[in-house]
Design a binder for this molecule. Structure first.
Ligand SMILES: [Zn+2]
Length: 110
């Protein structure tokens, strides 16, 4: 185990690769790269919540689950990830880090 892990994030709906996550423990840094190669920039929880309330959020799989998640991670950054089939997954940065840490191997289902 090194200080940096690189893992593939899998879509919870279909299992396709959505993104690659690079997590460095110290100094702490999380980078998420889309399959197309660009860096996915997370947004503040409040901004995602505002879009949800205004109905402008793309592809919300389960609104109540997303509301609960935004409440729980109200002070955190939220990643919006889309798999090649168009499924959208919202995850808070600490939840992504926990999944990377808790899942052995290089494939992580969010
Ligand atoms: Zn998918």
């Amino acid at each position: 185990m090194g200080w940096t892990v690189r893992k593939q994030l899998l879509c919870p709906a279909c299992g396709d690769v959505m993104a690659e996550a690079i997590h460095r423990r110290f100094p702490a840094m999380l980078t998420v790269l889309a399959t197309a190669g660009y860096e996915v920039m997370p947004r503040r929880s409040g901004a995602v919540e505002r879009d949800l309330l205004e109905g402008t959020l793309a592809g919300v799989p389960d609104e109540q689950t997303l509301r609960d998640m935004l409440l729980r991670y109200h002070a955190d950054l939220i990643y919006e990830l889309m798999c090649p089939r168009g499924h959208v997954t919202y995850r808070a940065a600490p939840a992504v880090v926990d999944a990377l840490r808790d899942t052995p191997g290089t494939w992580v289902t969010l």
